[in-house]
Structure formats: structure tokens, C-alpha cells
Design a protein around this ligand. Structure first.
Ligand SMILES: Cc1ncc(COP(=O)(O)O)c(C=O)c1O
Length: 461
């Protein structure tokens, strides 16, 4: 058979409200042209994020009923602990309310003023949690990671030579933790190869630096290793995942991605002494170590999600969905980040809208237009999110790239939804030269992309 089908059938549906273009124009104005300001009911296809937006399976919904809500020693915790131990091989398993809670706990134990924490690319909450302690979060992606058109496998890798230089030159104790993010979300969702994980692990270990994986998308990363890294085609995904985790000393996981749940996270590790330091901090802000901020039923759903995520038919369908959408866009001459990732399709908005200079936010312009045309919510990953603050000119300084991310929730949308998205792009392609730039008219002191207020540039001129 040629068609890769959704390997599930849908027995519970959530109606979509099909808004009119006029309603969407008003909603956009009310949201100050910020996608985060839109009400979800005004969105037809929501590609804002893959975090916590997936659909649970029948077995996950059934598992909710088994939730043991005991404050201490809940059966649901032990069920989750055993699944995570089996998957990762790590001894100590701590539930947390989401990934950033694990980051905060680890950073507050290991980071601090004067320290440096390297990563292939830090996700923004990881960076913020590290910098909040006074430490420096250092990105060491491979040299060509920021070339959207470079069609190279494992572009999420870390630059091993640079890591080696850093560790060789670092004062003793100044690198208290080493990270590697799989897949590399902030770098176009590109995967990391097993050989890169191994090389990074050897460097961290020979320098005596504890090595943690930021493993929100561990299954998607493992799937790319199986497909593309020589020597892994005949290995099971469970073996590949186990090998990835065996190269590190612990992991932080936002379970809202490959945990297939809407909320939750995990911190897992081997070092007994470090686990002793984690426990009181967990109690301080998350909860007793056998629930860590999650209800018993949530732990049951997560345990079941982790049992389902390594299904190759599911991962094959997920990658096929991303490739289906990305090749439709490429067929219209729309530049996308190559190679196609699995959790999202990234459009290179700066190349697509060359008449809008980066300071006037070409990515945001495309986001607004996709919403106007098709009620599609996407997210700008560019100057609005990462550029400098608005200066005297009234404009921000440009980020390295201006991308629009079309992020695919897990098990939610079908092929016809992606056809709808392609059709919206068809309309935008025809009128792309007339799309306006945008200006930031109000920005908060940090993390501006979430709450900044914008206006089309012409309206201000
Ligand atoms: C790579 C990575 N690390 C950490 C996080 C933070 O996880 P959470 O949103 O659950 O706090 C995310 C969320 O998108 C992520 O993609």
C-alpha cells in the first residue's frame, strides 16, 4: 500500500468552529496581532505548539480511572516509576508538573554564578532557568545548523570540537552540568545522532561533568536514528532509546510531547547523592516525591503514554504527516527548513517575504496572514521571539533567522486538515508581495513573544 494512514480511528470528536474571515480580522485586532492573544475557539487549525496538545488514546483515558490519589506511596507512582526505569534505565524517577520544573530543580542544585552549562541549543525555559541562577547557558550547535536550506542529516548535533575546547580550557568546577537536547527544538527540531550523543558523553564523562539529556522528544529522535544512522535499522526503538539514555547520567523530560499527555514532566537520574538533593527541592515546590505535582490519574495516563510512544506505525505516520505538508509547501516554491523535522514544519519567512526587512517581522506577518486566510494559528520563531529589544528607532534588532513554525499536535489532525493548511498557503503565495510588516507597540521586560502588542507597519506610517 502506498498511503501511510493515521494508525488509529477516531471515536471521540471535538467540533471545530468555522469562523468567518471578518470574525478573524476582528479577533486578530483584539489579540493585538499576537498569536498567543487569540482565543482558542477562534482558531480552526491550531499549529501553535505540539506541547500538551495531543490526543490521548482509549487506554490512556481508561488508565485515568486507576489513579491512586494517595498523598504518599501511590500505586500510580510505582507504575510510572517502573515504566520510566524500563525505558531509560535510570534508578531515581521524580514526577514533576512539566519540563521546566525539572530544569529549575537541576539548575538550582548545579548551576550558579560563574558557571557555564553547554548544550547543543538550549530551549528557552532551560536557558532562563540556568541564567536565573547567574550561570551562563552556552549553545554549541554544529556550524551549519542555522542554514535553513542545508539538507544534512542530524543537523541537531552538538559541535564536538567546540565542546572539547570549552572543557579543556575551563577552570575546575566551572562546568557543573552538561546538556544535550534531543531533538534539538530551538534548532528547527533537528535530530541528534547516536554517534554525537556518544562523543558528547565521552567528553563530559572524561571531564567529570554530569551529563543530562533534555529528552522531551526522545522517541522522535530515536526514530530518526533508526531510519538514518548506519547500524540502527535492525534495532528496536526500545533498544535505541535505552542506548541513548545509557550514555547520559540522567534526563529532564517535558512529558507534554512524547509522554503523550496534556501536562506532566519527569526528572530521572542515577546518582544517589544528587537524588538526595533533588528530593527536598521537589517537596518545596512540586510535591511529595511520589506525586511531584501530578495527580495519580495523570501519572497513570503518562505511564500508558510512554508505553505507546515507541509504536513505529505511529512514528511513521507522524513523520509522513510532516513530510506531506512540507512537500506541498515546497511544491509551491515556499522555502522550508531542510530536512523536514518530525514535530513541525518550519517556513523560512525571511526568504519567503524578502520585501519585509527582519526588523518589521516577516515571520509575524506570515502568521497573521495564515490566520486571516484559514484560521490557522502558527508561531513566529524569529525577531519577535529572539531579536533585541525595541530601540530608539522603534524597531527591534533582527534575530539570526525569521521562521514560522507549523507545529503538529500528536494524533489530532488528519490529511484533510493539512490540505486546508496548504490551500491557505496557496492564497498567501499569490499575494505575498502585498503582505505588510509589523511593529511592536508594547513589549514586556522579557519573554516578549508571549504578550507583546503589535500593529501592521503601514497603520503607523
Ligand atoms: C526541548 C524542550 N525542553 C524543555 C521544554 C519545557 O517543557 P515544558 O513546557 O513542559 O515546561 C520544552 C517545551 O517545549 C522543550 O521543547
Amino acid at each position: 500500500m502506498r498511503t501511510i494512514i493515521e494508525p488509529f480511528r477516531i471515536r471521540c470528536v471535538e467540533p471545530l468552529r468555522l469562523s468567518t474571515r471578518q470574525e478573524r480580522e476582528q479577533a486578530l485586532r483584539d489579540a493585538h496581532y499576537n498569536m498567543f492573544g487569540l482565543r482558542a475557539r477562534d482558531v480552526i487549525i491550531d499549529l501553535l505548539t505540539d506541547s500538551g496538545t495531543g490526543a490521548m488514546s482509549t487506554l490512556q483515558w481508561a488508565a485515568l480511572m486507576k489513579g491512586d490519589e494517595s498523598y504518599a506511596g501511590s500505586d500510580s507512582y510505582y507504575e510510572l516509576r517502573d515504566v520510566v526505569r524500563d525505558l531509560t534505565g535510570y534508578e531515581h524517577v521524580f514526577p514533576v508538573h512539566q519540563g521546566r520544573a525539572a530544569e529549575r530543580i537541576i539548575a538550582s542544585i548545579l548551576a550558579g554564578p560563574g558557571k557555564i552549562i553547554p548544550n547543543n541549543t538550549h530551549f528557552d525555559t532551560t536557558r532562563a532557568n540556568i541564567e536565573y541562577t547567574g550561570a551562563k547557558a552556552l549553545d554549541l550547535p554544529v556550524a551549519r545548523a542555522h542554514e535553513p536550506a542545508a539538507d544534512l542529516p542530524f543537523k541537531g548535533n552538538m559541535e564536538v570540537e567546540k565542546l572539547c575546547e570549552l572543557l579543556d580550557g575551563a577552570a575546575p568546577g566551572s562546568v557543573p552540568l552538561g546538556l544535550l537536547t534531543i531533538t534539538n527544538n530551538s534548532c528547527g527540531g533537528q535530530p541528534v545522532s547516536m554517534s554525537n550523543i556518544r562523543a558528547v558523553s565521552e567528553l563530559y564523562r572524561s571531564a567529570g561533568v554530569p551529563f543530562f539529556l533534555d529528552a522531551a522528544r526522545f522517541a522522535e529522535n530515536a526514530y530518526f536514528i533508526k531510519l538514518e544512522e548506519p547500524g540502527y535499522q535492525d534495532r528496536s526503538l526500545a533498544e535505541i532509546v535505552r542506548e541513548m539514555f545509557s550514555l547520559a547520567d540522567g534526563c529532564m523530560i517535558s512529558a507534554k510531547k512524547d509522554g503523550l499527555v496534556n501536562m506532566g514532566g519527569l526528572l530521572a537520574l542515577n546518582d544517589d547523592a544528587l537524588a538526595e538533593k533533588v528530593r527536598p527541592l521537589l517537596i518545596l515546590t512540586e510535591g511529595f516525591p511520589t506525586y511531584g505535582g501530578l495527580a495519580g490519574r495523570d501519572m497513570e495516563a503518562l505511564a500508558q503514554g510512554l508505553r505507546e510512544i515507541l509504536d513505529e506505525n505511529y512514528l511513521q505516520y507522524r513523520l509522513a504527516s510532516a513530510r506531506y505538508l512540507s512537500s506541498a509547501l515546497e511544491g509551491m516554491g515556499i522555502p522550508t527548513v531542510r530536512p523536514c523535522a518530525i514535530h513541525a514544519v518550519y517556513v523560512d519567512a525571511r526568504s519567503f517575504l524578502p520585501h519585509i526587512r527582519p526588523e518589521l517581522l516577516p515571520g509575524q506577518s506570515l502568521c497573521c496572514e495564515l490566520y486571516r486566510v484559514g484560521g490557522i494559528r502558527t508561531v513566529e520563531i524569529g525577531t519577535l521571539m529572539f531579536g533585541g529589544r525595541v530601540g530608539q528607532s522603534g524597531l527591534p534588532t533582527a534575530a539570526a533567522l525569521d521562521l514560522v513554525r507549523l507545529t503538529l499536535p500528536r494524533r489530532v489532525y488528519t490529511q484533510s486538515h493539512f490540505d486546508w493548511v496548504s490551500e491557505a498557503f496557496e492564497e498567501v503565495v499569490d499575494r505575498r508581495d502585498s503582505l505588510p510588516g509589523y511593529k511592536i507597540v508594547q513589549e514586556p521586560p522579557f519573554l516578549r513573544a508571549f504578550t507583546a502588542q503589535l500593529e501592521p507597519a503601514e497603520e503607523l506610517e
